[in-house]
Design a protein around this ligand. Structure first.
Ligand code: LLP
Length: 429
């Protein structure tokens, strides 16, 4: 369910015509619906209302300060994977005791920062990382709260780039070695064992891989209890899929039911790290048709939005529904929807049926709220889009469009290159 609907053939975000946003703020731009964000967060969170839990929104899916602060105000925490994400979360007002920190390559600076902030726990992904965190905590005279991220070796049946819980993936500590790693953790003076963590992948459209992983974790929790290691927090990561096209992912209630059933009698506080399921369908990317081009082989609709704005179709071959902002009776045609970037990999959709577009028409790329803006770049020296948050009839710019000046402001030309070209000598060219 989301609040991007047509009224009289015109696409609205809540009470605001999307065309007005495009005209006022220009394109490309991201538009988020406040009501959809709240609804998705609440539905997920309330599915676990009857068990102790903490919903830690996954910052990597959408890291805008306004969005982080919205979820914090709804009682959520965050899942972070870098010092930068920690900085954002703290800036957005997320309390440190609601922050969990995953990632295979935490640097010393990032570890120190998280220790200073006093986050809920580090999800540790290797024994070397465990030793490093212990050493840093000792040096700072503090104790580090940790969970071990375990790789349960289950196939999440999703795109290989976003599968994380199989033996061949770089994530977590393999489940066979977990007991030894926990024993080592227990022996370290500046480590406090708090939990167990696992994240098996993203855009999962079935419950069964989650349940398979959970069964393995449950056995591990029991074996740890036998040797006197108690697990207070069980972090099950994120990964619940959404509808982009024809998928039929489980509803959060169905997911919650399956998990709660598996965990009867396990006295842990559950942590979840959902990203996509909360924000994915709460955001769209707006683009304007610059040109249409018909060749002997293909028809192209050339938009001002490109792979630098939304890389998912180019990177994963992902499907995003693309629809006209104003619906009109027009002949249909099959087109590739592409951007201005100088690569044939720059497309948002291929062989897509669309009403015949004309220059100046607006298109909405749907389900772009997760891994949209956060994965955008300045490739081809294109300024990154603004992000607009709509709440009822209110419109808030939560990130302004970058300017060309922004794009060069961190760079400098060394003195030796500043000599006027006419005065330069010694060039044999
Ligand atoms: N926790 C951890 C440790 C993760 O690595 C991820 C996602 C999540 C939680 C959130 O997963 P979600 O609920 O959003 O599925 N860029 C890709 C997705 C990469 C996911 C990486 N990890 C895409 O656009 O599909």
């Amino acid at each position: 369910m989301h609040h991007f609907q047509y009224k009289n053939n015109e696409l609205f975000c809540e009470d605001v015509p999307v065309r007005e946003l495009a005209e006022q703020f220009g394109t490309p731009c991201y538009v988020y619906s406040h009501a959809t964000l709240c609804h998705h967060f609440m539905v997920f969170d309330q599915a676990f209302a009857d068990v102790p839990h903490l919903t830690c929104f996954s910052v990597k899916s959408n890291s805008n300060l306004a969005i982080l602060s919205l979820f914090a105000s709804l009682g959520g925490g965050v899942d972070i994977v870098s010092g930068g994400e920690l900085f954002r979360a703290r800036r957005a007002g997320v309390p440190p005791e609601r922050i969990v920190y995953s990632g295979v390559g935490k640097t010393r600076e990032e570890i120190d920062y998280a220790l200073r902030e006093g986050i809920l726990m580090f999800n540790i992904e290797s024994t070397q990382e465990l030793e490093t965190i212990n050493t840093r905590a000792a040096e700072m005279g503090v104790s580090a709260n940790i969970a071990l991220r375990v790789n349960p070796d289950v196939d999440p049946k999703t795109h290989p780039y976003i599968s994380t819980g199989m033996k061949k993936n770089k994530f977590g500590i393999d489940i066979e070695s977990a007991i030894k790693a926990y024993e080592r953790a227990r022996s370290l003076d500046h480590i406090q064992i708090l939990g167990l963590d696992c994240h098996i992948g993203s855009q999962l459209t079935e419950v069964s891989p989650f349940v398979d992983a959970l069964r393995r974790l449950r056995v591990l929790i029991e074996r740890l209890a036998d040797i006197g290691i108690g697990i207070r927090f069980l972090d099950l990561g994120g990964g619940l899929g959404i509808v982009y096209d024809q998928e039929t992912p489980p509803h959060p209630h169905e997911y919650a039911l399956a998990i709660k059933e598996e965990l009867t009698g396990v006295p842990c506080t559950l942590i979840f790290e959902p990203g996509r399921v909360i924000v994915g369908n709460a955001g769209i990317l707006l683009g304007k048709v610059l040109y249409t081009k018909r060749t002997l082989h293909k028809n192209f609709v050339i938009l001002d939005a490109a792979m630098n704005d939304l890389v998912r179709p180019s990177l994963y071959g992902s499907y995003h529904h693309i629809q006209p902002v104003i619906r009109q009776e027009r002949e249909m045609e099959v087109v590739d929807i592409v951007g201005p970037i100088c690569e044939s990999g720059d497309f948002l959709a291929r062989d897509r049926g669309l009403p015949m577009m004309r220059p100046g028409d607006y298109l909405a790329v749907m389900s772009a709220g997760a891994y949209g803006f956060t994965m955008s770049s300045n490739y081809n020296t294109r300024p990154r889009c603004p992000e607009i948050l709509v709440k009822g009839s209110e419109v808030h710019v939560v990130r302004r469009r970058e300017t060309w000046e922004d794009l060069v402001c961190l760079e400098s030309i060394p003195e030796f290159l500043r000599t006027a070209p006419a005065a330069a000598s010694g060039s044999s060219l």
